[in-house]
Design a protein around this ligand. Structure first.
Ligand code: GZL
Length: 340
């Protein structure tokens, strides 16, 4: 059946105007349908209705980080959340690029573990202007404007430093001898490195017998931990204690200590942070004396936060992760329970 045209143009001018009008209307309707697919808070236009989370990870520098990544990826899948994941290879500029890409893709939520504390305000303002909520996981940012993120989910690194030092105080409570400490710091400028040092010194500074004779960044990696410990050993003949801001650096330092003909855990007592499986194995071998746990399994809590945001529900500004302290004599019993 032939449909009669709604409008019958008679002159060429009328035909031209009608043609332009129809083209404009067609373009406008295409644009409107694309916008509708993106939803209001984001979504990548896939139109499958899934919440889309963009996550900018620090890198893959340590066993802790690997466990953290696995937890996030597995939890997103279990929660039916579409995860866009980027690995910044320990470079802040790559994390900033990833966040900008997530903004362009109109994701629903952005989450990341800021490799260092500073330099985020500009890109976080861009996310705020794009009305995309940001969740900090693991590490914090040092910003005057806490409206730039909705929630910070992670450990209290200052408390982790205090716990490390409290073990030391207890270990040497019956001695008046000077205790010479060397410290392997995490990534310069990162929240865990700054805060673990702060918490440790808050306790040790109360007793002058505790002397930190050397302290240097080793970037949370085994290789750098070994290299810096070798330098400590060459420059200092009477080291009593190593305080390592993470297990990977402690495990690298153990290699250096053994290559120097010394016994880790005996000649040089070792305090470490994280609680990865290999650190528990080292404790069963008597090579690490105490591990302060830092829980990387943040995935489930992060997805709870993302789901609340997607549902328009309020989330807590600060969510603390639960963690403990494990000494050498507890390691064998605890090792089978370790999930990372
Ligand atoms: C701490 C985390 C640190 C770990 C390191 O929450 O940011 O980064 O202690 C990791 O193992 O590299």
């Amino acid at each position: 059946m032939r449909h009669e045209p709604l409008i019958e143009p008679s002159t060429n001018k009328e035909k031209h105007v009608l043609k332009k009008l129809l083209t404009t209307l067609a373009t406008a309707s295409l644009a409107l349908s694309a916008l509708a697919a993106c939803g209001d808070g984001g979504g990548d236009g896939s139109g499958d209705g899934k919440t889309v989370l963009g996550f900018a990870q620090v890198g893959a520098e340590s066993a802790w980080r690997t466990a953290n990544t696995t937890s996030i990826q597995e939890s997103a899948a279990a929660a039916g959340i579409e995860l866009k994941f980027s690995d910044a290879q320990q470079k802040q500029e790559n994390q900033i690029k990833a966040i900008r890409s997530f903004i362009q893709q109109r994701v629903d939520v952005i989450a990341f573990s800021p490799i260092v504390e500073t330099g985020w305000d500009t890109v976080l303002k861009e996310a705020k202007d794009a009305k995309i909520p940001v969740v900090l996981t693991d590490r914090a940012v040092d910003s005057a404007d806490d409206s730039l993120y909705v929630t910070f989910l992670g450990s209290d690194f200052v408390e982790e430093g205090r716990r490390a030092a409290n073990w030391l105080v207890e270990e040497y409570k019956d001695s008046d001898e000077t205790v010479n400490i060397v410290e392997l710091q995490g990534t310069t400028g990162s929240a865990p490195a700054i805060d673990r040092k702060t918490g440790f010194e808050e306790i040790t500074s109360a007793d002058p017998k505790f002397q930190t004779i050397a302290s240097q960044a080793a970037d949370f990696t085994r290789a750098k931990g070994k290299e810096v410990m070798q330098a400590f050993l060459s420059a200092n003949k009477d080291i009593d204690v190593l305080y390592a801001h993470n297990d990977d650096m402690a495990l690298g330092a153990i290699q250096a200590i053994e290559e120097a003909g010394l016994k880790p855990g005996e000649d040089i007592k070792i305090i470490s942070v994280d609680g990865v499986k290999d650190a528990f194995v080292a404790m069963t071998e008597g090579k690490i004396n105490v591990v302060v746990e830092c829980n990387p399994l943040l995935g489930p809590q992060l997805m709870d936060v993302v789901a609340k945001i997607a549902a328009g529900q309020p989330t807590e500004k600060r969510i603390l992760t639960e963690e403990g302290v494990f000494t050498m004599d507890q390691a064998a019993a605890e090792l089978p329970n370790r999930k990372y």
